[in-house]
Design a protein around this ligand. Structure first.
Ligand SMILES: [Zn+2]
Length: 461
């Protein structure tokens, strides 16, 4: 069952979150059958509707009214919590002294000294032509109007939003926003290349519009955002020993034309790039003068060259690479995995961000509640659903843009404060359920008031 693949599970969760109240097994099936998604996750056959239903079931979705404050599996998993507590939250906290502070009515109450930091939150959301409230107040004498079957055409909108300026757009309308038509025959989801292009566009516009401020761009943890170079160091599949005579171990990389430009969709086998140890590059392949020139050395030799040897026999990896922390020398794969050059591989997006002077921050997996853009989508979609139904694509596009542009800045600032409040709750050691409780109870606050411990004890969560 491919659902055991963590990256795939994560991407499915992000896709489903993007659908909001409009999750169906058909949409999940169509998403999983997109060529780009199949390539990304190595799915080599078309998936059926039954499989999609099965996945929904296993991911904890039930065909019923959604319950508030529910969290998908994985929200409190050790590695996810570690990312949240030890990377995401500290980095956000480091920006906070230079972020502007707004009260619950959206008024600026403190301007930081020196260069302000503006945090921009990225996301993609889908608007469906036939997305309408299924229940509404109807006069008892009115003739019920039948609803159109299915969701009709759809549009994906992607942009950045900040509490300071709202959607990222110049007064003359220039914006890195993207409006795409996804669907069975139209692959409308963004690729990593498109994400990088959008980042460049955003970076140029930010430097032009707000040259006296620093900017941070936050993305969710989807693999299209976190993608690393094809030949990047990775210990996930490296063999323990040198491959047998006549064999080699290589990775899949994008084919390039004579000018070095990537040929889309065409993969070839190539070597993994050099490692880095004690300030020196280390090739993972034997040198030209070696009898096995160009052949992968294997984890034992790679570590040996770094002065790491073991007195007892060790496995290549613990079963399914599920090692027992805090042990770090349990298997060859774990040891190599933790080497600084292997552990510190950057995503393409982070590398681009560094080169352009705009840091990139990834949300912990399963934590869309930290991205206040989610509430902006919710606001826009409530307005969007008030429009009369139409399957015309120009109407769909106009209604979508009107709804997005109608989210007031004061509401965005309130949403942003709510996310800050949830971050503060996590910093205080609350879990997802408790943080959701605190976000609701202390409406209007950016941080939890002193009485929260007592209140939480009484709430008995
Ligand atoms: Zn291990």
């Amino acid at each position: 069952m491919i659902l055991s693949d963590e990256d795939l599970q994560n991407d499915i969760n992000i896709f489903l979150q993007g659908l909001g109240d409009n999750i169906t097994a058909e949409k999940l099936r169509d998403y999983l059958n997109l060529p780009q998604v199949r390539e990304q996750h190595g799915i080599n056959h078309r998936l059926s509707l039954a499989t999609a239903q099965n996945y929904l079931d296993r991911l904890g979705y039930r065909f019923a009214q959604p319950l508030k404050g529910q969290f998908v599996d994985g929200h409190e998993r050790n590695d996810v919590v570690d990312h949240r507590q030890n990377r995401f939250l500290p980095e956000m906290l480091s920006y906070q002294p230079r972020m502007r502070v707004y009260d619950k009515d959206g008024n600026l109450i403190s301007e930081p000294e020196g260069r302000p930091v503006v945090v921009w939150w990225h996301d993609e959301s889908i608007f469906f032509a036939n997305d309408r409230r299924r229940k509404r107040w109807i006069h008892k004498d009115a003739t019920p109007k039948p609803y159109k079957k299915g969701d009709g055409p759809s549009l994906m909108y992607a942009n950045f939003v900040s509490a300071d300026y709202g959607w990222l757009r110049a007064p003359d309308g220039r914006s890195p926003e993207i409006l795409l038509k996804p669907g069975k025959t139209r692959d409308g989801y963004m690729t990593n290349e498109e994400i990088l292009e959008q980042f460049k566009h955003a970076s140029a516009l930010l430097k032009e519009l707000y040259p006296n401020e620093d900017h941070v761009l936050v993305y969710d943890n989807a693999t299209t955002h976190t993608k690393r170079p094809d030949d990047a160091l990775s210990a996930r599949h490296t063999p323990k020993n040198t491959p047998k005579e006549g064999k080699n171990w290589l990775v899949e990389v994008s084919a390039r034309d004579a000018n070095g430009k990537v040929i889309p969709g065409q993969k070839i086998k190539g070597p993994m790039r050099d490692g880095y140890h004690n300030g020196q590059p280390q090739s993972l392949y034997f040198p030209p003068e070696h009898p096995r020139a160009g052949v992968f050395k294997g984890m034992v030799t790679i570590l040996e060259e770094r002065g790491i040897t073991f007195s007892t026999k060790k496995l290549a990896e613990c079963k399914n690479f599920k090692c027992n922390p805090p042990k770090t020398d349990c298997c060859y794969r774990r040891v190599l995995f933790n080497q600084p050059d292997f552990a510190g591989v950057e995503s393409n997006l982070e590398t681009l961000g560094k080169s352009l002077g705009i840091p990139v921050l990834f949300l912990p997996k399963y934590h869309c509640e930290l991205n206040f853009i989610e509430q902006c989508w919710g606001y826009a979609k409530r307005l969007y659903r008030l429009n009369p139904e139409s399957s015309r694509e120009d109407v769909l596009e106009r209604n979508t843009m009107d709804a997005i542009n109608a989210v007031p800045l004061v509401a965005m600032r309130r949403f942003a404060n709510r996310s800050l409040r949830i971050m503060d709750a996590y910093r205080n050691g609350l879990d997802g359920k408790q943080a959701a409780w605190a976000a609701k109870k202390y409406r209007g606050h950016r941080i939890l008031p002193p009485e929260w411990r007592e209140d939480l004890r009484k709430a008995n969560l």
